[in-house]
Design a protein around this ligand. Sequence first.
Ligand code: HEM
Length: 129
Amino acid sequence: MNLQNLAYAIDQSIHNLGAVSVTGGAILALLSGVARRKLAWIVLSGWAVQGMTGALFGVLSYAFYGHLPDIAGIAVDALVIKMACAASGFFLAAFYLRQARTENMNFWRIEALLAIAALTAASFLRWFS
Ligand code: HEM
């Protein structure tokens, strides 16, 4: 088995699960009235996982090829959007958890929009790189 492909596949699997956590968590909180505080923890962890596994893509590229992925233009814009969504989503969730305001629906609407924006940017990163 090719170690490089295995490392990328494992990182991508965790990255995909993180994407499900932030998107699914926010939508579930909007549609159902249960366990919103737990969902906020799931969403917070999901954003952290996205940041770490996203950075790991760069680390793997450096380890296997000796340089970061060669991307430019729209792909870079898409990556910056993803990073901004992950950072904003994380700090917003941390803030609302700390304030014990996880019943606030505007908080969840913003979290859902950030998740959808990041997923859309992921498609552009994929096909413009
Ligand atoms: C710091 C934040 C992030 C970084 C650095 C990052 C980085 C990356 C990289 C390098 C890839 C591989 C792209 C390729 O196939 O060439 C990727 C794929 C992907 N990312 Fe992220 N990402 C981040 C955040 C997110 C977030 C917040 C989401 C969704 C909520 C997300 C969803 C995805 C998905 C779905 C893919 C697979 C795309 C495909 O192959 O079709 N990422 N990400």
